[in-house]
Design a protein around this ligand. Structure first.
Ligand code: PTJ
Length: 269
């Protein structure tokens, strides 16, 4: 028994399962390994740290506002004619199996779209996704890509995204969502920062950790697949993204207030 536990620990870089922050350390480890294998950009480590901090003030759980956004997002993806899932290094490293599973369930291709170009990165991500069961990954060959107008970063180069109607963009930096909106695309963002430009511009903003969002989305796809087109449209009509973001900000304020009270109790002030 002791031997088995020791072997498991070694496989996970000696992370003891009893550690109170085992899960968090495990995902850090995935990001670090991803960086060593070229999957994750160096800046991906910083992005992950920022994400951890924001997750903390959300209570490290999928809140009711995220649940609502996830349901609306799944309805939108199921109604889409040409949905696409954009994948970057952090997403590939954190949730390769889940992103491939979702792509198959909703019949949406995965498109690798990177902010930080580095020789070998696209190939490393492709290999990781293919090992998780992906086929027909887009965003591999630059000669198949076109440029999104008005965007200067590497994210301007797209393939299926150009012809899609609904795009899922997890952990996206900067200004691509704005550019996609100008092209009349519907954008679903997954971002732990409710105040990022991506979050504020998206049609549906899921403020949650991608490691929790994807399993939840997969579950909800299973449920909503039985719904009629009209029922799916109703879910979207009843969802108000702006109101949902405001409610998320209130949740954060309330959570911090509660944490402050608890801390004051411990500190005795
Ligand atoms: O692989 P590349 O080259 O495409 O680069 C990917 C990163 C993430 C490095 C790049 O897009 C970047 O620098 O992103 P930003 O500007 O740091 O924005 C990423 C957003 O995702 C931030 O708002 C983070 O808070 C958020 N985020 C980080 N980790 C998670 C997350 N959101 C959801 N789940 C997470 N696990």
């Amino acid at each position: 028994m002791a031997f088995i536990m020791e072997k498991e620990n070694r496989q996970n870089n000696n992370l003891p399962k009893t550690h109170p922050r085992y899960e968090s350390l495990l995902y850090r480890h995935k990001i670090i390994e991803g960086m060593k294998n070229l999957v994750v950009a160096e800046a991906g480590l910083i992005a992950h740290g920022r994400g951890e901090c924001l997750d903390y003030i959300l209570g490290e759980k999928t809140n009711i506002t995220a649940e609502k956004a996830i349901k609306a997002a799944v309805a939108m993806l199921l109604l889409a004619k040409k949905p696409v899932i954009s994948v970057n290094g952090n997403v590939a490293a954190l949730v390769p199996n889940e992103i491939v599973k979702l792509s198959k369930m909703i019949n949406a291709p995965l498109e690798i779209n990177l902010f930080y170009k580095k020789k070998g990165r696209v190939e490393a991500i492709k290999k990781l996704l293919e090992n998780a069961g992906a086929h027909g990954i887009r965003g591999i060959y630059e000669d198949k890509m076109v440029e999104i107008e008005g965007l200067d970063s590497n994210r301007r180069l797209v393939e299926s995204i150009c012809y899609s109607d609904v795009i899922l963009v997890p952990l996206e930096d900067g200004d691509r969502t704005e550019a996609l909106k100008k092209l009349n695309k519907q954008v679903i963002a997954v971002d732990l920062n409710p105040l990022s430009r991506t979050s504020l511009c998206a049609d549906i903003t899921i403020v949650d950790n991608i490691v929790r969002t994807l399993p939840e989305m997969i579950k909800i796809v299973g449920e909503l697949k039985k719904f009629s087109e009209n029922e799916l449209k109703k879910i979207i009509e009843n969802f108000d993204n702006k109101k949902n973001i405001k409610n998320t900000l209130d949740l954060i304020i309330n959570y911090i207030e509660k944490q402050k009270e608890d801390a004051f109790e411990i500190l005795g002030t």
